[in-house]
Write a protein that binds this ligand. Structure first.
Ligand code: PGA
Length: 257
């Protein structure tokens, strides 16, 4: 299976989100084999978009979640609230949250625990900065981020958990690592997860790539068996780009079936 997750960031209001959700679903219609899709609108659009995706098989993700259960946390949204409005997934530790809003690995861990407690499937993002890459610290950074994010986490493994490898320098820049480099990091991520969860079944985790994915490069990533799917930002709100990405996924799935 291949999964395409659209992170719409802070780009669309409620009406635009409903419209994009409808046209995104249309891309899957009539396909014999299709990727699993998850769309992540802004929090205010979740309940309306839920009506569009209901019974479609498309997941509905939030872009962030509070690490707290409830209480005096102005501006925050709890996992219980997200679940109540129909979210099935939640992005945790996106690099924009880490770098613009000071989110830490420990905070990511607290959010993971809350998400799982309230039946939201985490999409946890990891990835190195340009400086860390230049210094040769990619693996060290990923190991630390994943080790902390999953600390004391006991997934039930009934749902696939997502880990997205998103190098910070590749997000929204048009730059990406080579396919070979991505495959290497994905293999390493699987090794780490295997050590953290030795009894986890093969389907327990899906490792996605994110960062400047578009209609042109999607196929080259998706055809690698180590890359279980893509976390797409900018291109996921441009329907012609998303169409090319979905078509690339279908092509790969047909070739592999
Ligand atoms: P991008 O963003 O596809 O626009 O680079 C990816 C992301 O932030 O998840």
């Amino acid at each position: 299976m291949k999964t395409i997750i659209g992170n719409w960031k802070m780009n669309l209001g409620v009406r635009e989100s409903v419209a994009l959700a409808r046209s995104s679903l249309l891309l899957l219609r009539g396909k014999k084999v299709a990727p699993h899709m998850v769309i992540c609108p802004s929090t205010i659009a979740l309940s309306e978009v839920r009506k569009v995706v209901a019974r479609s098989g498309c997941g509905l993700g939030a872009q962030n979640v509070s690490s707290e259960e409830q209480g005096a946390f102005t501006g925050e949204t709890s996992a219980r609230m997200l679940f109540e409005v129909g979210a099935t997934h939640v992005i945790i530790g996106h690099s924009e949250r880490r770098h613009l809003f000071g989110e830490t690995d420990e905070g990511v861990n607290a959010k993971m625990l809350k998400a799982l407690e309230h039946n939201l499937t985490p999409i946890v993002c990891v990835g190195e900065t340009k400086e860390e890459r230049t210094a040769g610290h990619v693996k060290k950074v990923i190991l630390h981020q994943l080790g902390t994010a999953f600390k004391t986490v006991r997934p039930k493994f009934s749902e696939t958990l997502f880990v997205a490898y998103e190098p910070v320098w590749a997000i929204g820049t048009g730059e990406t690592p080579s396919v070979q480099e991505i495959v290497e990091v994905h293999t390493y991520i699987r090794e780490i997860l295997g050590e953290l969860f030795p009894t986890a079944p093969e389907t327990a985790f899906a490792v996605l790539y994110g960062g400047s994915v578009n209609g042109e490069n999607a196929y080259s990533f998706l055809r690698e068996k180590e890359i279980d799917g893509l976390l797409v930002g900018g291109a996921s709100v441009k329907i012609h780009q998303l169409k090319e990405i979905v078509d690339a996924a279908c092509e790969v799935l047909i070739a592999q079936s």
